[in-house]
Design a protein around this ligand. Structure first.
Ligand SMILES: CC(C)(COP(=O)(O)OP(=O)(O)OC[C@H]1O[C@@H](n2cnc3c(N)ncnc32)[C@H](O)[C@@H]1OP(=O)(O)O)[C@@H](O)C(=O)NCCC(=O)NCCS
Length: 196
């Protein structure tokens, strides 16, 4: 039996079950938030949220955030609070044909390959006052569905030990320790298969 293929198919099935269900979208969250691409003028807002959500050694710099937004706004999914008009949380990534995460994706927006088969996720942020309500999960499921509709094969991320279970619940599989040493930390690489 082809072990690798079986693993890949298992991942695909799990993600499908999670995010293709008609009712996976949380109606309550859809009423409170608009989910869309980021706008050019929201780059500074995203950078400030990143500063709140991550320690300085892990956060994306303001300059890098501006570059990412300018280069690939369609690779951001922001949740905007309908009442305040402000971003409550967002997810962003970079498409590529590469299959293994490397830290250059965090710092070099030139690696952007619009038709790339995979997406390297660069950050999932929810402001503290919006946490614990399923917003990160909603953003992730919408993102995965959108990327599958765009024909991507898989979505890859790195995370600390403490977040492995969270991403498993969102359909990702732990591939062990990553090559990344971003922020001087040790990271797991996780993969979500969208296409077999
Ligand atoms: C991590 C973060 C995005 C979660 O946002 P959130 O909107 O509160 O998450 P959700 O409410 O959608 O939770 C989804 C699931 O993940 C779990 N989870 C949420 N935050 C978690 C955390 N900090 N550690 C471990 N698991 C967590 C929840 O328990 C939930 O599981 P459940 O369905 O069994 O209840 C948010 O706390 C954040 O922005 N933190 C700082 C930045 C960060 O760490 N980002 C992730 C980097 S890898």
């Amino acid at each position: 039996m082809d072990h690798k293929k079986t693993r890949k198919e298992a991942g695909y099935t799990k993600t499908q079950a999670l995010s293709e269900k008609d009712d996976f979208t949380d109606e309550n969250l859809s009423e409170r938030f608009v989910f869309r691409n980021i706008l050019p003028e929201e780059a500074d807002q995203a950078a400030r949220i990143e500063e709140i959500c991550f320690p300085p050694n892990e956060a994306c710099s303001e300059r890098m955030m501006r570059e990412r937004v300018a280069k690939a706004p369609e690779m951001f999914l922001v949740a905007v609070d309908r009442q305040s008009g402000k971003i409550a949380g967002f997810l962003n990534g970079l498409p590529t044909d590469e299959c293994i995460f490397r830290d250059a994706f965090f710092t070099d927006a030139e690696l952007y390959a619009p038709e790339g088969k995979n997406v390297m996720l660069l950050g999932l942020d929810v402001l503290p006052e919006y946490r614990g309500q399923g917003l990160a999960r909603e953003i992730m499921f919408r993102y995965l569905r959108r990327e599958r509709e765009r024909g991507r094969e898989s979505v890859i991320l790195t995370c600390l030990d403490s977040k492995v279970k969270m991403y498993e619940k969102m359909g990702f599989q732990d591939r062990g320790m990553a090559q990344s040493s971003w922020g001087g930390e040790q990271w797991h690489e996780m993969n979500c298969v969208l296409e077999v």
